[in-house]
Each structure stands twice: as C-alpha cells, then as structure tokens.
Ligand binder design. Structure first.
Ligand code: GLA
Length: 740
C-alpha cells in the first residue's frame, strides 16, 4: 500500500470513528489492521511503528530518519525484531497478561478480575500545532475488553525532542485497576548499551555511573514520595554500541516529567534489543478507574543524537528554554541570600544591613531564607514552626512589608523562602489540623529533618499551600521571588482524606501540580526557585512552574564543578542557581567563577570580605551582567571533562556566534597539574575572526590573556587555546568576541 493510500484509508476510518461516539468505538469489534506504518519524525530522527498481522503495534525503527518513508518497512527484515516466541518484544506499549513474557508497560485488572490485556491498533492521526510541533496519536484497544489506550508522541522537530505519554480509558461497565501504567515504551537496537545514570544523597547530587547493560532489567526508581530524587533522579542517558563522547556516538537522553515516584526499566531482551519503559512507579500505586474515567500519564521526555552527548544536551537545553522552563528565554535576578550568612539567627536590623550589602555588592535582589516565621513555636532551628507562616514578631516586628520597603529604598528586590508542603510536629498547624498530616494511624511518626509532609491529595491542604504564597503576595505585592523548598521524604504514607490509599503517591503529585497551576494562573511571571534540600526535586514536570532550581546544598566550588557538569547534560545554565558561599577552601575568585556558569548568587557575609575580595566581587557582578546573556541563552559546549582531566573546561556561544565565554577550572592540585596544551573550542564560525581575552581577573593581577589576542574561528576550533590553568591560576574565564 502506498503511503498516500495508507493515509487515506486511515483518514476514512478516523472520520467514521469521529462520526460514532467513543462508546460506539468500544461497542464495535476491532478489525485488526495489519502492516500499518506510523513514522514519527523530527528534524533528524524517526521512530517508526508498524502493526503486525494481528494489528499489534511494534517499534520497527528508532534512529536517524530516511527521506523515503516507504523504505521504513524494509527495516524489520534486517533487524532482530518481532521474531521472538511472543512476537511482541518490540511492542510500542507492552500489555501484560496475554502473550507477553517480559516487563510490561501496562498491566490491568478488568472489572471481572481478568488480568489480561492485548492491545491492537485502531487508528492514528497527526496534528500540527505549529511549524515545529506536532502530536501523533495512536489509538489502541483491547480485542476483548473495553479498555482503550492512546499513545501520544509530541514532536518538537527542530530540537529533535519527543514527549511521549499515554492515556488509558476505562470503557467497561465497572471499575478497572491499573497495576502498571507507564508513560512510554521504547525499543532500541544496538550491539551494546551503556547506561549513564545518577545517584547520590543530600549534598552529593548527580554522581554519575556508567555501566554496560547486560541481559535482564536494570531499574532506576524512587519510592520516596516527595523529594523523590534524593537518591536518584529520573534522568539518564543510554549510548548505543559504544559510550558516546561529547561530539561522537549515538546517545539517548531521557527524563520523566514527574515530581514523585518513578520507575524506569531498562531491559536487554533475549534478542539483545533494549526495551525502555518509563513512568510513574507502580509501587503501592495500583490506580482504579471508574467507568468512563481515563488516566493521562506524565510525559517521558527524550532526545536522540548520533553526534554525541553535546548535541543531545543542546537539544534538551533549546527545548527547555523555549517550551518548558518558566521564562526560559528571559533573564534572572542575581541575588544575596542570607542562609549561610545567618542561618536562623537574625533580627530585622541585621537583615536591613544585609539588604544594604545587597546593594553594595551590586546584585539585583535580597533573598530572605528560612527562620522568619512561627510565633507559638518560633522557627529558630529546624525543629519547629513549619506550617505557621506568620512573621515571627520578635525577629520581624515590622513584618515582611518593612523588609520589602527597605529593599526598595536600596533599589534592590526582595525574595523569600517558603516550604509550604511541610509541617513541624511542633507547630500550631499540626495542633489544629493533625488530619492534614501524612502519617499512619496508630503507628509512631518517623521524621525527616524533624518534619512531616502535608497531605496534598486533600483539596483543603492544596488551598492552604496555595494560600501560603498568595497571602504573602496579597499583603506584599512587591515580593519579587520565592524559593520553594521541600526537605522531607514521605514515611508512613497514608492519607486521611483519600478513600483509596493506593492512589496516594499519584494524588500527592497531582495535588502539588494543582497548587502550582493555580499560582501560575494568578502570578504567571513571578520567578521561583525549585529547591528540595538541594536537587531533591529537579525534573521537567516541576520546571514548568519554576524559573530555576537549586542544584545542591553542597556549594563547595570544587564539588560544584562536578555537580553542575552532570546537571548540564539535561538542564540549561539559565535554570542553574549557583551561589558563592564559604564552603570549600578555594579563593573567592574560584568560587565566583564557578557560580558564574549559571545564575549567579551570593550567600556570604559581605561585611566579612576584605577590601580586595569585595572589590573583586563587585567587579564580578558587573562582568557577569555583561556575559549573562551568553551563558543563559547560548549553546553550551563541554570541552574538557573534570572526571577525565585535572581541569574542567566548558563554554557558551551566542546564537550569532559572535560572542562566547569559556570557563576553566583546576580540579586537582598536585604539582604540575593544569592545562598543558590547548583546548579546542566549539560552536564558533570557522570563517570569523575572534579576539580572546581573560575577564574576571582578581584585582591587580594580569595574565598573558589580559590583552586581547586574535584568532580565526577555525584556529580556535582546530587548535584551540591554552587558558593557562595551573595551581597559581586555578580558574580562568576567557571571553571570545568577534572582531568587526
Ligand atoms: C534547605 C535548602 C537550603 C536552605 C535550608 C533552610 O536545606 O536547600 O538552601 O534554604 O533548607 O532550612
């Protein structure tokens, strides 16, 4: 069948389906449609689905696209696909309980208790949202039971990014129970698969591990409920055949857009193909659908490149800035935060001084952190007060309003910390609403950072959490920024509100998103930092509502070089909040240079800086403002990996390729360590002429890069420059500007 005929046939079928109601669809027997080919293409890549003789959809191809669409059907003959015992190892959405023998994407108990599902193709369609974005819908249906599944593939063509999710509809006459309901099911073919995944703990986020996948299943998951990424985020990459480098190799970068429990199964099957199944973690989360109800899963986000990790992450950055992160193409507020300067110990007068320091430093905003609230149980340490979001009258007798005014008088903005999902057992909120707290009736409480989590599945709690921010903003409309923290995990998961406890983990996240949606409806632009005791909740589900995130409480600049590096595979610099603090032994220049590759902030006692350090910081803020456009909106090129060298090097280039900034850091300090040869730059125009010069020098210091030197773009990319990083020059920033 030609492609045109195929499309026509499907259209006819589609329109006749539209003619009938949804109920009619399920009441009609499903006629299997064999050999339907569904190519889902972005600028460079394609996923191709094909139905088998019985209409079951399989993935026959995942890789670079080809220009002649009709040739996709030749592929299965040359690959090991669909010729196993079950014939559905390559299923586009593997159902459990029928002929499948491996990890399912979906598992359902029907109204009559039957546990089998067998999904066959009904119809598909593609709708273009605009020149770049399209959504392909593939409707599947069980051949015996009235359960319908729609697979969605949202393609961002130029970015080579796909968001994939599923919708499960119960058209039976009674309840069905979903025991697994993944977002996506991919099928990749290669000789070998190398998984790079991340693990860690508080202050140890994003420790990478790269391992060859062998037969069987490797699972990445979380069961923590909230702060779900404490041990492991839902982000990973898989290199095909051999481990991909920055500029070479086939690599898939993936992430689940969900701020709760997730599960990603990576199964090397008996045919040595890789099955990737990503979605909400089914752990303790069987979900019941009543008749006519449907469930839409969160999206699984992925990009694929055959030109290495660099291109793949630039794809994600471009997508995230344009389509996901709040104000992704906008600007960010540099700031002074008081957390490490004061911890809980401050007064109004002390804060007024810090606000003056904010102005002195030259940053845009003062951010008041934890400790400003609670009266019956004042928040003077982390053992009390969460939930009582009224200004502490001893610390802030004149209220937040006074601080906002002080900030205004000093021509800076004012931002504030909240942790609205949480409650301290020592709080008035806990006394008043014990039923709002997540805890098992009759069991002893187990605390995390001395606190418990509020039950966001409960609409009353959702209103309360919304109110925490809304009340502050209604009273103080000039509050310009929130840092939204989330420090505790969920122990003893139980909701006093929900009838069905196995809905709890899902409803918690849905409740959180409801609150954030409502906030964004009223305050669409207000910048907010997503913080979770560090990076405990960094994911693209949440980042829709946030302008930036806090990567880690570990601000030791040496550690940060590594942490920021790993996050940079998935998230663009504009979203990285980096603060200069007193952690670590590095000089202020090193600390500041590291914080500059992202959104710059300070969390230091400005009055403790000596004259030269202060001058350096003030100048650094000015320098940062001159380069931030390139860092925030430019393309990122990782040049030298700190795990493979005794230095790290990376750069950002603007779209016009007329300006770039290169950051270099020494990460080892043994005798002779440093950059001994040139580092090749990336992303420039080989034909252009550029000037290279060092910026952000410490007062009174000079280098051989102080005076600009001229090079062609070709030279810079083929030969490179040596920034002269060594034990005397532990961090160096070079600015590369087109010569006019
Ligand atoms: C968390 C955050 C920190 C700080 C403290 C305040 O740990 O990650 O930045 O805000 O809470 O208690």
């Amino acid at each position: 069948m030609t492609r045109l005929n195929l499309r026509k046939n499907q259209q006819c079928y589609f329109f006749s389906l539209l003619f009938f109601t949804g109920v009619m669809i399920s009441a009609f027997p499903v006629f299997s449609q064999a050999n339907v080919i569904i190519p889902i293409e972005s600028k460079n890549n394609a996923i191709v689905l094909k139905t088998d003789a019985d209409g079951r959809p399989g993935i026959i191809y995942f890789g670079k696209k080809i220009s002649n669409v009709s040739e996709y059907q030749l592929i299965p003959k040359s690959f090991r696909r669909g010729d196993d015992y079950s014939g559905i190892l390559n299923s586009a959405y593997t159902p459990a309980g029928s002929r499948n023998l491996v990890e399912p994407a979906i598992q359902i108990a029907h109204t009559d208790g039957n546990l089998s599902l067998d999904l066959v193709y009904v119809v598909h369609s593609t709708e273009k949202t605009d020149d770049n974005v399209s959504i392909t819908k593939v409707i599947l249906k069980d051949s015996k039971y009235a359960v319908e599944v729609t697979l969605y593939y949202k393609v961002y063509a130029n970015e080579d990014v796909i968001e994939q999710w599923s919708e499960i509809k119960n058209k039976e006459t009674g309840n069905i129970r979903m025991q697994k309901y993944a977002s996506a099911n991919l099928y990749l073919t290669a000789e070998n698969y190398y998984l790079r995944h991340f693990h860690g703990d508080w202050a140890k986020e994003m420790i990478p591990e790269e391992t060859r996948l062998t037969s069987g299943i490797k699972v990445l998951d979380s069961k923590l409920g909230t702060r779900a990424n404490l041990y492991q985020p839902p982000t990973f990459m898989v290199s095909l055949d051999k481990t991909a480098s920055e500029n070479e190799g086939k690599v898939l970068l993936g992430s689940l857009e969900w701020s709760g429990n997730f599960k990603i199964d990576l199964e090397v099957d008996p045919l040595n193909n890789l099955r990737v199944i990503a979605g909400i973690n089914p752990f303790a989360s069987e979900y019941t659908l009543k008749p006519s109800e449907s469930f839409v899963t969160p999206a699984f986000l992925y990009t694929y490149s055959e030109n290495g990790k660099g291109e793949a992450s630039r794809n994600l950055h471009n997508w995230a800035r344009k389509y996901r992160i709040l104000d992704g193409n906008g600007s960010r507020l540099t700031l002074l935060n008081n957390w490490e300067a004061t911890y809980f110990d401050f007064t109004e007068a002390k804060l007024a001084e810090l606000i003056k320091d904010t102005k002195k430093l030259g940053v845009d905003m003062f951010l008041l952190d934890d400790g400003w609230f609670g009266n019956k149980y004042p928040r003077n340490n982390d053992r009390a007060g969460l939930g009582d979001w009224q200004e502490n009258v001893k610390k802030l007798p004149s209220g937040i309003g006074y601080l906002v005014k002080e900030a205004k008088n000093n021509e800076v903005k004012f931002g504030i910390w909240v942790e609205p999902e949480m409650v301290s057992p020592k709080s008035e909120l806990y006394e008043k609403h014990p039923d709002w707290v997540i805890k098992q009736p009759g069991r002893s409480e187990h605390l995390y950072r001395n606190q418990l989590v509020l039950d966001l599945s409960n609409p009353e709690v959702q209103n309360f959490v919304y109110g925490v921010l809304d009340n502050i903003l209604v009273k103080n409309p000039e509050v310009a920024f929130f840092k939204w923290d989330c420090n505790a995990v969920i122990y003893n998961a139980y909701s006093g509100y929900l009838q069905n406890q196995s809905h709890f983990y899902v409803e918690y996240v849905k409740g959180l998103y409801k609150v954030l949606e409502k906030l964004r409806a009223k305050y669409p632009k207000l910048p907010m930092m997503l913080c979770s005791g560090g990076g405990g909740r960094v994911d693209y589900g949440a980042l829709k509502y946030f302008s930036e995130f806090w990567l880690s409480d570990n601000t030791d600049p040496l550690e940060r070089v590594f942490i920021q590096w790993e996050y940079s595979y998935f998230y663009p610099a504009i979203a990285h909040c980096n603060h200069v603090t007193d952690w670590g032994k590095q000089p202020i220049k090193f600390r500041t240079d590291v914080a500059m590759m992202g959104k710059l902030g300070f969390d230091i006692v400005v009055s403790h800086l000596n004259e030269k350090d202060l001058k350096f910081c003030q100048e650094a803020v000015v320098t940062y403002k001159s380069i931030s456009d390139v860092v925030w909106h430019g393309d990122m090129f990782r040049l030298a990996d700190p795990r493979e060298n005794d230095f790290a090097s990376l750069m950002y280039v603007n779209e016009a390729k007329s300006r770039a900034v290169m950051f270099n850091y020494l990460v080892e300090s043994r005798y002779g360590d440093g950059t001994l040869s040139p580092i090749k730059l990336g992303g420039l125009d080989p034909k252009k002429k550029y000037q290279v010069k060092e910026i952000n020098l410490y007062p009174e210091s000079r280098s051989r890069w102080t005076n600009p030197q001229s090079f062609s773009g070709e030279y810079l990319m083929k030969i490179g420059v040596n920034p002269d990083v060594n034990t005397r020059r532990t961090s160096v920033i070079l600015e590369i500007t087109e010569e006019k």
